[in-house]
Design a protein around this ligand. Structure first.
Ligand code: F58
Length: 830
């Protein structure tokens, strides 16, 4: 398209624009009113909180766009190696508060709104969550985007713009129900639709052979074309002008879509069919226990990968004549196996479209991809049935076969005729149903394979990917996960943020998290401890009000707030928590009045969504509700114990719950949680951890000290032996007693809970709930004892925050940049 600007006279244009937007309260007010009138189209004399939120968001967005343009222009000029972060999931949560904070204009916004009769905090609450992801993996992507922007890395995120994000959890009678999350219903001021940035993505069809210039080559004749349209979401860094891009693709029908129906005169059907193209980006797949090859899922993966690669290659070609230095300019990060089809797609483009020949194409592909896996479970590794693959992406299947053939030859030459090992490592799984093992494809074709914690990496090397580790030890690295302190302290816990800055005498820790360690010097200072307790109290009050609104339960602020919020899974052992609560209740009931005085009051808080098809996880939610019903209505127990389930757990709920927690539980069966990131958010907010030695816990112990945590349960290496012993492992008597209470219908629903009880008894107990029960209770008792001593508890709490620096995503990203991606900061001038 023809550029229509005034001859590129920058100065003149700048004058016309009246310079950059200003951030003083009056300028902000003008912008807000402008957007009320012309964007939201309401009268500037009458608009409500939501409309004010929209207008404010557009005003902030304008500022982001300026920075975004400058950043992209700067990157273009400098042409650094860029990182492309490919992820099918981003759990961004709310954008307003995050953007305002990163731009450093919170006070100005608050003042501007105040004079207009609005409250900034109230407006921030108007925003719904962007929940384009399931859990830890997706929130990690969001934290990493924040760090990439803040640390000035030349990075882009790519993903899918789902119309329906993660389902909303509705609780009816204690049962989970799922409702669609149509998050775009009220518009999304944070995205910029780029109608002119769109690419054709092709599916199905056949592959034919042609002779071009005397050489045989493959030609894919696709059967369906869908258009991918870009939606850009600016990601501002903190304390920098750099603002990077998260580009999400939406599916639209292409002009040629279902041309047949038109030509046969079936006009109405043709239109209906066109809408089917949009299904691809309709809905986020909720977490399922095991991956089953689904056509729509494969199409989603290829759709976003194909559009992203076309975009990346176009950008590269604009600046470079040929592909020789592609690996010096492009790093492609595979966030789990979900985008791994991009390996075959890049091969296809280089072979079939760019005609580079196999050797050169393969040489490039092997240098650009890095792969991070987020799971420990073998059954969670993606497999795609070959039949399905062949139908949807016939040319890609051929390429994968060719890659596998070359790999098998290379491997045979190295290890000889060890057919069992060859078959384990093959990208193609033989059997009744032939499958493509996507993880194997990713490992073979990536230069680096990352785990998400040290323990996870050990498991990958010794169990999950042992064969590959023995072949290519140098490929295996790990980057312990981290979370961004900008969202998880500064935005969600402003009082703690102010307190930390006051005692450190600087706000620099917001960019340089290592400074937090200096809080250790003041951990035993009684003034800090008092202020620290005050901050906690204010946050607990906010949480208590929320609990009362959501569940009608009144809780005492003197009680210890004990929290477990995360997806509901057997391995995360919410059941262990609930059985522990039952034990506590039972013990209180059996105490003399005089003994009860010594009981430390508790509010046990559980929140999380169960995968829709995961029956046992759903029963755990129901169990939590019926136990809560009994306990909370028992006046005899009163404030000594309460149990609440927080419905529809999401990022915003986490922002409210975490600052108000005293203790948090990370109690997965050792060897099952790849890393865990929730623990890091609690840690930053001065919450003590009750945890198993799983995922990143032992790295946390190194920073905080085991004496400041409550660690319990079997160690990773003990788990297999305990499992082998099976029914001979004796669970303690208390365990049998609490399970019996559930079995016998003490809380009702006897028949319904039978299958749940069966998972932990009669020698089954795969997740070792019974085997860990005694040490779990001991750890809980230790937490009670510690809580009684307020000074000691405050000191431990301060030490948690002080030791949390290593778990900032800034550290993770710097490590990736240096050791995996090979990228350098590229700072846009202010
Ligand atoms: C999580 N994985 C890990 N997967 O369980 C957690 O230990 C880790 O801290 C986190 O990744 C970040 O590395 C995870 O969240 C998913 O959500 C899958 C998404 C695709 C469907 C199956 C679940």
């Amino acid at each position: 398209r023809k550029a229509g600007y005034i001859g590129g006279k920058e100065e003149h244009m700048f004058e016309l624009m009246d310079g950059f937007l200003k951030n003083d309260p009056v300028s902000l007010q003008k912008d807000i009113l402008h957007h009320v009138e012309y964007t939201v189209a309401r009268s500037r004399f009458s608009f409500d909180d939501f409309e004010a939120y929209q207008a404010l968001s557009h005003s902030v967005r304008d500022r982001l766009i300026e920075r975004w343009h400058d950043t992209q222009q700067h990157f273009k000029k400098k042409d650094p190696k860029r990182l492309y972060f490919l992820s099918l999931e981003f759990l961004m949560g709310r954008s307003l508060s995050n953007s305002v904070n990163n731009l450093g204009i919170q006070d100005q916004c608050a003042e501007a709104l105040n004079q207009l009769g609005f409250e900034y905090e109230v407006l921030a609450e108007q925003e719904g969550d962007a929940a384009l992801g399931n859990g830890g993996l997706a929130r990690l992507s969001a934290c990493q985007m924040d760090s990439l922007a803040t640390l000035d890395y030349p990075a882009w995120g790519y993903g899918l713009r789902y119309q329906y994000g993660l389902f909303r959890q509705i609780i009816l009678d204690g049962y989970q129900h799922e409702q669609p999350d149509y998050w775009l219903n009220f518009g999304n001021p944070w995205e910029i639709e780029r109608v002119h940035v769109s690419y054709a993505v092709k599916f199905y069809g056949t592959v034919e052979e042609e002779v071009v210039n005397g050489e045989k080559c493959k030609v894919w004749i696709p059967g369906e074309t869908v258009e991918a349209v870009a939606y850009d979401n600016p990601i501002p860094g903190y304390g920098t002008r750099n603002t990077i891009n998260l580009r999400l693709w939406a599916a639209k029908p292409s002009d040629g879509y279902d041309i047949e129906s038109y030509t046969t005169g079936d006009y109405i059907n043709a239109i209906v069919n066109r809408q089917k193209a949009e299904i691809i980006s309709n809905v986020l797949y909720p977490d399922d226990r095991s991956y089953q090859g689904k056509e729509l899922r494969l199409k989603q993966q290829y759709f976003f990968v194909s559009a992203s690669l076309q975009d990346i290659i176009r950008r590269f070609k604009d600046a470079h004549g040929n592909f020789d230095n592609f690996p010096e300019k492009v790093a492609l990060q595979l966030n789990d196996t979900h985008p791994s089809i991009s390996i075959a797609e890049l091969m296809r483009v280089l072979l079939d479209e760019e005609k580079l020949g196999w050797k050169k194409a393969w040489d490039i592909v092997r240098q650009v991809f890095s792969f991070t896996t987020h799971t420990v479970q073998q059954e969670a590794l993606e497999k795609v049935p070959v039949d399905l693959f062949e139908s949807v992406l016939p040319r890609h299947l051929q390429i994968i076969y060719d890659i596998n053939f070359a790999f098998m030859e290379e491997l045979k030459a190295k290890i000889g005729p060890d057919y069992a090992r060859l078959s384990r490592m093959s990208i193609v799984e033989e059997g009744a149903v032939k499958n493509i093992r996507v993880a194997n494809l990713s490992i073979v074709c990536s230069h680096t394979v990352n785990g998400v914690s040290r323990a996870h990496s050990e498991l990958l090397k010794t169990r999950v990917f042992r064969d590959f580790y023995e072949l290519w030890p140098e490929k295996f690295q790990y980057k312990t996960n981290g979370v961004t302190q900008r969202r998880w302290i500064v935005v969600s816990n402003p009082s703690l943020c102010a307190l930390i800055s006051k005692w450190l005498g600087t706000e620099s820790w917001i960019r340089n998290i290592d400074l937090l360690a200096r809080l250790r010097e003041f951990a035993s200072n009684s003034d800090l401890q008092k202020e620290w307790q005050m901050v906690k109290k204010v946050n607990k009050l906010r949480l208590a009000e929320y609990i009362e609104t959501m569940s009608g339960v009144k809780v005492s602020l003197d009680a210890m707030f004990d929290v477990q919020i995360k997806r509901i899974h057997e391995y995360k052992r919410q059941l262990l928590n609930i059985l522990g609560v039952i034990h506590r209740y039972d013990s209180i009931k059996n105490m003399e009045k005089s003994e009860r005085r010594k009981v430390v009051p508790r509010v046990c808080i559980i929140g999380g969504k169960a995968p829709p098809g995961y029956e046992i996880a759903k029963k755990v939610i129901k169990l939590c509700h019926v136990v809560a019903e009994t306990i909370n209505n028992d006046n005899d127990v009163g404030d000594l114990l309460k149990l609440v389930f927080i419905p529809d757990y999401n990022v915003s709920v986490a922002e409210l719950v975490i600052p108000g927690s005293d203790l948090s539980q990370h109690i997965s069966t050792a060897g099952h949680e790849a890393s865990g990131t929730g623990s890091m958010k609690f840690l930053m907010n001065g919450c003590l951890l009750l945890a198993t030695d799983d995922g990143s816990t032992n790295e946390i112990i190194e920073e905080i000290g085991a004496e400041n945590m409550f660690i319990f349960g079997a160690k990773i290496n003990e788990v297999p032996t305990l499992r082998e012993k099976g029914s001979t492992v004796k669970a303690p008597l208390q365990f049998a007693r609490v399970v019996r209470m559930v079995r016998d219908g003490y809380f009702g629903f006897k028949d319904y809970f039978k299958s749940l009880c069966d998972t932990v008894e009669n020698g089954k107990d795969f997740y070792l709930v019974g085997a860990d029960f005694a040490s779990y209770l001991e750890a809980q008792a230790a937490a009670d004892r510690a809580y009684v001593d307020k000074e000691k508890w405050s000191e431990m709490s301060i030490l948690c925050t002080a030791g949390s620096g290593r778990f900032s995503s800034d550290r993770t990203i710097e490590d990736y940049a240096e050791n995996t991606w090979g990228i350098q900061p590229c700072k846009c001038p202010s």
